[in-house]
Design a protein around this ligand. Sequence first.
Ligand SMILES: Nc1ncnc2c1ncn2[C@@H]1O[C@H](COP(=O)(O)OP(=O)(O)OP(=O)(O)O)[C@@H](O)[C@H]1O
Ligand SMILES: [Mg+2]
Length: 341
Amino acid sequence: MIDVEGVSKKYANHTVLDDISFSVSEGEIFSILGPNGAGKSTAVKIMSACLPFTEGRINIAGYDVKNSPTDVKKYISVVGQSVALDENMSARENLEFFSRLMGMKKSSALLLIDQQLDRFGIRDVENKAVKNCSGGMKRRLDLAVALLTVPKVLFLDEPTTGLDPASRRDIWDIIRDLKQKNTTVILTTQYLEEADQLADNVILIDEGKIKAQGHPESLKQQFGQLSCGIQPVVFSDIYKIYKILSRYGHSVIDEEGACVNMLLDNGIKAFIEIIKQIDQADIKIADIKLFRPSLDDVFHAITQNVVHKQSNDNVFVDTESHCYDLEQGYSTRKYLEKGRL
Ligand SMILES: Nc1ncnc2c1ncn2[C@@H]1O[C@H](COP(=O)(O)OP(=O)(O)OP(=O)(O)O)[C@@H](O)[C@H]1O
Ligand SMILES: [Mg+2]
């Protein structure tokens, strides 16, 4: 449905997008991730024929974006990062205005507007001027306008930013429903959980370049690492566990000295071996935790060059110096020096 080939965008000497290529299949939810200023909105504007690009080729629904922008615009709908509504008109008036702009007959438009007011939960504010509506309501109305028709491709630039968790989940349901209707969705988001929940494929861009691309699960396997935490029943057994874990890689004792954490370089196989060894050493275990990498870990690993980050957000492991860096934490060596073990 979408083919992007070698696309670059430059502003004077500033390269905002640098040789970007990817493809999106029909009915796919495709997420563009990246830190502030990475080029996500620029990519959306370029693909939706709202902004010219410097180099490359984009094809949407069989039409070349550069040569046939009018044809492309027949198949797409865009919800930009900032709300595009008439602030002085009410929600209903905005829906009426845009439906007429799309060429709908007044009678069929009125029926559809009623459906949209209910579907997007904006019935309560239908007669309120948009400028007096909350940010969340404006976002919902923006989506209701964009979805007055069912587009072949929908671009959503951070559609859930600033929404409360319930509203965010409502939008997720709408996006999933669009997928059922075979709409292709391009979604940029700051919420990695959102991409994890919804996206069939993601690209991670940073400083205008694609740094990673694939299915969220395969990215987690590629860039994230499984880790474990093991807590003994008897406090003094902590060092015995630390010694066993250290045979398999770098392990660290947590702030309270109650649990040993470790990144599993060899995945689940190493974990099974560790448990066997602890059992053979007759050490009683109070708790075992296995942490799966999150998309958040992938994002940090790629954009901030953090070597490894555990999913419980407590421990940054630096494999070089073999210590963990918590605000008031101690390295394993410091623990030993302080006679805490
Ligand atoms: N009209 C413009 N002229 C010059 N530079 C621009 C222009 N528009 C955007 N940029 C620059 O392009 C880069 C990418 O901006 P863009 O808005 O695409 O980032 P983004 O990934 O959407 O960020 P955010 O997460 O903050 O929305 C930024 O460095 C921005 O300053
Ligand atoms: Mg943006």
